[in-house]
Design a protein around this ligand. Structure first.
Ligand code: SAM
Length: 239
């Protein structure tokens, strides 16, 4: 549970926080639930729709949502105490450019918090999530949207170290979703509809038949094992 992360940051009194690729601000909520105190959190994203949802759902004078690309941050150097990025590294065209920017806008003594789901060492129910995610990511890629498969746990650690981050602590987080059978059945039916919708997106593509087969395999896996979210790796690092 993300409570582990919240406990890690429980003593922190921070001034300025930046959450990169914030979407609708889901990770901001988690950070807010942890910090002892904070002054200002800015969430940036390139999806206007997600930002609008965030603004609607999180009406707090201390939270601000801005349209901005992670690889071209419109901020001065060394102004943030914390920069976070959650479940988005696999969405970046060139994550090195993003980490260059993170290191530029972070105060020298600042903290980087990374949360990224990974694809190895997952239960059968979690594998449904991994397979489904990778299937969607490949269709996105065919459609010209940057969306890579999720990394293995060690790949995330290596990638962060290669980008020059000094890892202070890392831990695995598994968000347990408490669902009853009825809710899970509904979720699975909704996911199956999503397959059909996404298949329509690539009807003309030469790999269409391959994706039809994969959708069938994932459906069978879902029916057999159900679905659970993939485990995430939380990393706390310095620059
Ligand atoms: C899976 S969502 C994660 C959202 C949120 N951080 C969370 O953990 O719930 C990935 C987000 O990355 C955003 N994104 C992708 N490329 C981006 C970029 N270059 N700059 C800013 N945001 C980007 C997408 O718009 C999307 O909202």
């Amino acid at each position: 549970m993300m409570k582990v992360l919240q406990d890690e940051i429980r003593n922190l009194e921070v001034d300025e926080v930046l959450d990169i690729a914030t979407g609708a601000g889901g990770f901001i909520k988690i950070l807010m639930g942890g910090f002892k105190n904070f002054n200002h959190i800015i969430g940036v994203d390139t999806s206007k729709k997600a930002l609008e949802m965030g603004r609607k759902n999180m009406q707090d004078d201390r939270i601000e949502f801005k349209y901005m690309s992670a690889d071209r941050l419109e901020f001065d150097d060394s102004i943030f105490d914390i920069v976070s990025v959650s479940n988005s590294i696999h969405h970046f065209k060139d994550y090195s450019e993003v980490f260059k920017e993170i290191k530029r806008v972070l105060k020298p003594e600042g903290m980087v918090i990374v949360n990224e789901m990974f694809c190895d060492n997952q239960s059968n129910a979690q594998l449904s999530h991994v397979y489904l995610h990778h299937y969607m990511a490949e269709i996105d890629t065919i459609k010209g949207i940057v969306h890579k498969p999720t990394y293995k746990k060690q790949e995330i650690i290596d990638l962060l170290e290669d980008e020059g981050l000094k890892i202070i602590r890392s831990f695995e987080v598994r968000d347990e979703v408490f669902k009853n059978d009825e809710e899970e059945k509904k979720e699975i039916e909704a996911l199956k509809k999503l397959f059909d919708k996404r298949l329509k997106d690539i009807e003309e593509h030469e790999r269409y038949d391959e994706f039809v087969g994969r959708a069938r395999d994932i459906r069978e896996h879902l029916d057999e094992y159900g679905i659970d979210g993939a485990t995430q790796l939380v990393v706390i690092a310095k620059i």
